[in-house]
Design a binder for this molecule. Sequence first.
Ligand SMILES: Cc1ncc(C[n+]2csc(CCOP(=O)(O)OP(=O)(O)O)c2C)c(N)n1
Ligand SMILES: [Mg+2]
Length: 133
Amino acid sequence: MEDGGTLVLTSGDGGFLMGLSDLESLIATARSAIVVIYNDAAYGAEIHQYGSQGMTEKPMLIPEVDFRGVARALGAESAIIRSLGDLSALQDWIDAGANGTFVTDCRITSTVRAPWLNQWMNATRTAKAAVAG
Ligand SMILES: Cc1ncc(C[n+]2csc(CCOP(=O)(O)OP(=O)(O)O)c2C)c(N)n1
Ligand SMILES: [Mg+2]
């Protein structure tokens, strides 16, 4: 960023894979950037919305991608985050000046559904029922 700040980008693993080439552009251009990847090894939204209705989940699953490996290969610094303690690598990078791009490959659960998604799914169901009469 021009103003000396640090750019922060967050993404799911599936969405990040769809735009993977942009990581190379970010690394090439960003003075200071942190990428947070929520890696649940799935197109999780699809599982919660459609898998929960009985659709087969197989096409909604993604292998657990090693984004740390990908990021390092493209020239970024990176760490796999499984617990809060693993964030020390990011803290060290920030303390050293936050120069370049740091990718956090955050391994998260695929089974916990966000409350807002429950609310949205319930509202959608109610609206569809009202339209159907
Ligand atoms: C180009 C494109 N393809 C498909 C979709 C449908 N879609 C919406 S959310 C989602 C899952 C995204 O997975 P991920 O980025 O891993 O996020 P998660 O839901 O797992 O947190 C998909 C496939 C979309 N929004 N855009
Ligand atoms: Mg995902």
